[in-house]
Design a protein around this ligand. Sequence first.
Ligand SMILES: *Cc1c(COP(=O)(O)O)cnc(C)c1O
Length: 377
Amino acid sequence: MPGPNIPFYLHHLGEREARSVAEVLKTPMLTTGAEVAAFERDFARYLGVREVVGLTSCTDALHLALYALGLGPGDEVITTPQTFIATFHVILRVGATPVLVDVEPDTGLIGPEAVRTAITTRTRAILPVHLYGRMCDMRGLGALADEHGLFIVEDAAHCVEGRRDGIRPGQAADMACFSFYATKNLTSGEGGAIALQDAERAARLRRLRVHGLSLSAEDRHAGAAPHYDVQEFGFKCNMSNLQAALLNPQLPGIAARHARRTALEARMRARLTGVPGIALPPTVPPGETHAHHLLVIFVPAERRAAIIAGLRQRGIGTAINFQALHRFTAVRRLGRWREGDFPVAERIADTALTLPFYPRLTDEQADAICDAVRATI
Ligand SMILES: *Cc1c(COP(=O)(O)O)cnc(C)c1O
């Protein structure tokens, strides 16, 4: 069957990014240096936070954040079953215990009420995920964290542009972690960052991202001092100048690309509204900004495989975000949860269908996607 042939994702990088990388290649400094420092400064300014620390992935950002907070064996971290596996795995990686609470049916987010019921004497942190780009109730979670003396680390992989109650990622939590993976709203193929307000903690994170060295490669290259110390062991997850060179030209265009995503979302929502069998996530209330990372619709579970196949025949790529974590074999082997434990996350996992959605989509392509969904359903 001939179709519109629309891939699941196309990046928006072009000549500017190519020139920016070419400039770095003319310098000797390919690892962490001036380009990374410029990215950290400008992304922090964009987010309205004091500090950004550039890393190699959001997975490493989440891991480093939990590690820097001193979390380990015996500590419980409350998070959501409706997310990417990385959110969960980093808790195990520091030796702490993940505690899952079900998400709210209309938003797919964990809220303060559910989190409250899971707090024990061992709880040390909350790890909320701003699913699809919609922000969690950071005011409510912040009040709960204050009440119980808990840390908050945000998984903001979907949420560069989000805002709720006047709060943006990184502003009301201990740390917020971002992803610059190939399909994210900002991308360097692979990459990540932590946004935070505490300059001293940021300095420690900059040491921990390179084995705990007291001097950066740039300091050593500049001849500041030939010897460095290692005061504590760290990891190896520092962003390179090449990654930052890809990211820097994208920063001035965040608002324009977000406006395009917002317009596309409204167009596709209007075209899909009222189609029997399709449900859409609710729109956010006025005053709240959805980052519009993913466009997810909900279809009858028993029809989803056929719809995906029908779209594939027309050349339209799709994804599922996300399988509920407790259904993965490796998570099941932990022996902590069973099918039925998180009915809302399970229902999202069974019915969610992510459509192609990126600034390069034309209006005609957006219409063609919606019409193909309508035809296959
Ligand atoms: C993409 C993603 C991550 C992981 O990001 P990486 O940069 O690939 O490590 C974590 N959490 C969520 C919700 C994601 O979508």
